[in-house]
Design a protein around this ligand. Structure first.
Ligand SMILES: NC(=O)c1ccc[n+]([C@@H]2O[C@H](COP(=O)([O-])OP(=O)(O)OC[C@H]3O[C@@H](n4cnc5c(N)ncnc54)[C@H](O)[C@@H]3O)[C@@H](O)[C@H]2O)c1
Ligand SMILES: O=C[C@H](O)CS(=O)(=O)O
Length: 490
């Protein structure tokens, strides 16, 4: 076991300490520390991958792709389904590793592993349904045919907040389409990705098909993955700022790219809403993963006619949230990922209070430790304040009152982001009007948790483009090829 490993696994072979490339593990002495955000303990020391390995991984993935794309889809599906079964068989160990490096409550970590496995299951089947077309040619001497083919080598870079699911959501589609896949996970949470690689290896996924490169020099690794000519597609999940940079780098070789970026979700409660349901929806949508999800509610808009009633119920529920280590079964809100995250939210709160916002609950770190930020409610917030315009990524609600449907739609849309939005209403006419007017890629209607492998996940505006999951999720990994079959005159 590595030094200070503060958790126990049933299968210690799932704790890997170096990159996985072409079926080989690459450990070494040039290591970086992986920290437990709850107690700042070093839980593992993982070998940095070097650029020579990045280059070699790309070349091997291209070679492996020749056989992988020729394999019948149902055979690819059997490998992916074995991988899914192994993920579920080892869910407890995978969740332990995830909570240790990311901090979320164990129950949420198990939920993330199951969510990851659901993408493997979904795309193992979708890969068997990559259909083409025949199109009437307008003359008898030719036929118009459309086929779809895998784009080739796919590179991905993923964030720390869902260290398993953000990889599975991409890799499942890429492999099912017949592509090979290289991912650089966040240096903050490499262990979950490496455990996935161990199980992919056990599932018999051929070497070179699924690869995980870990290291602290994200910029250098990313430069290779975005600029290498043998990489056909680049898929990024992370902040909008980094996404813009990586999209620019990918443009140099005209790669296909998918961008799953930041969010600023409005959560609107109309006066005809079921207030108790809206309170529960706001709790799950806001405080899941300590508010560190891209689709977390950022701004809570409440009709002024019901604002105090909602706030009384909401405040009561928020005060019941238990903050602490994710390994404590009673805990519902874990630590933030690091000190930078704490500093960012403290600054957002201070700037907004200076502009007139008020703290109704929380607003500071817990005495449990420097990464534990108390579940917080801010009121008297204006839509132009920093807490309302920036992605909060912490367990902090910013509450804004409104008086009319037109007013709140305009306020909700006043953001550069367009990922997720939520609203509660029982008026069917309002449901259709508001759904069609909100400028976001995904909308929860009387629902606070919307992510599902069968649904197209993705945003508009500066939340990115491309869709992950659903029947649309394979399109990003396929070329459409047009065949014109001539010389057929009878
Ligand atoms: N839309 C989605 O599906 C989705 C999902 C999860 C997280 N996110 C977003 O991700 C952000 C939080 O995650 P984060 O803090 O890891 O984001 P981040 O952008 O800081 O980092 C994401 C990944 O990019 C890498 N990276 C950072 N700078 C890089 C560079 N110059 N070149 C190459 N790689 C680089 C990091 O090592 C990490 O692996 C939030 O904005 C959140 O909204 C979006
Ligand atoms: O934060 C990013 C994830 O996509 C959130 S979810 O688990 O897919 O809802």
């Amino acid at each position: 076991m590595p030094p200070n490993a503060s958790f126990k696994l049933s299968d210690n072979q799932l704790l890997k300490l170096g990159s996985y490339s072409h079926g080989q593990w690459h450990e070494g002495n040039d290591c970086f520390d992986v920290m437990n955000p709850a107690n700042h303990q070093v839980i593992a020391q993982v070998a940095n991958c070097h650029l020579a390995l990045v280059e070699q991984t790309v070349l091997n993935a291209k070679t492996a792709g020749k056989d992988w794309q020729q394999m019948p889809a149902n055979e690819r599906a059997s490998f992916i389904k074995r991988w899914q079964s192994l993920m579920l068989e080892h869910i407890d160990d995978l969740a332990t590793i995830l909570t240790a490096e990311q901090g979320k409550p164990l129950a949420e970590a198990k939920g993330e592993i199951a969510y990851s496995a659901s993408y493997l299951e979904w795309f193992a089947e979708e890969g068997k349904r990559i259909y083409g077309d025949t199109i009437p040619a307008g003359s008898n001497d030719k036929r118009i045919i459309v086929i779809k083919q895998p784009v080739g080598v796919v590179a991905a870079i993923t964030p720390w907040n869902f260290p398993s699911a953000m990889i599975a959501r991409k890799a499942a589609a890429a492999l099912a389409a017949g592509c090979t896949f290289i991912v650089k996970p966040s240096e903050l949470t490499p262990l979950s990705a490496l455990a996935m690689a161990e199980l992919a290896d056990r599932a018999g996924i051929p070497k070179g098909v699924f690869n995980v490169l870990v290291g602290t020099d994200a910029k250098a690794i990313g430069k290779v993955l975005t600029e290498h000519n043998d990489i056909a597609k680049f898929s990024f999940t992370g902040s909008t700022g980094v996404g813009k940079l990586l999209a620019q780098q990918s443009a140099l070789t005209v790669k296909r790219i998918s961008m799953e970026l930041g969010g600023n979700a409005p959560f609107i409660v109309f006066d005809d809403a079921d207030i108790d349901a809206a309170v529960e929806g706001a709790i799950t949508s806001k405080y899941r993963n300590a508010g560190q999800t891209c689709v977390c509610t950022n701004r809570i808009f409440i009709d002024n006619k019901i604002k105090e009633r909602f706030l009384d119920k909401f405040s009561e529920r928020v005060s019941q949230l238990v903050i602490g280590s994710g390994f404590d079964k009673e805990v519902s809100v874990g630590p933030l990922i690091n000190q930078q995250a704490v500093t960012k939210i403290e600054s957002l709160i201070q700037q907004s209070v200076e502009q007139g916002a008020q703290l109704r609950l929380g607003g500071q770190c817990s005495e449990l430790g420097s990464n534990f930020f108390l579940p917080t409610i801010m009121t008297n917030v204006r839509n132009d304040m920093p807490i309302a315009q920036q992605e909060i990524f912490a367990p902090v609600s910013a509450v804004i009152g409104f008086d009319s449907e037109d007013e709140v739609i305009a306020l909700a849309n006043q953001t550069e982001y367009g990922l997720a939005a939520y609203f509660y209403s029982r008026d069917i006419g309002r449901v259709w009007r508001v759904s069609e007017c909100l400028e976001f890629g995904m909308i929860g209607i009387n629902e606070g948790i919307i992510s599902n492998a069968a649904a197209p996940f993705g945003g508009i505006k500066q939340s990115g483009y491309g869709r992950e999951g659903s029947k649309y999720g394979l399109d990003d990994y396929l070329h459409i090829k047009y065949l014109c079959l001539g010389g057929l005159s009878c």
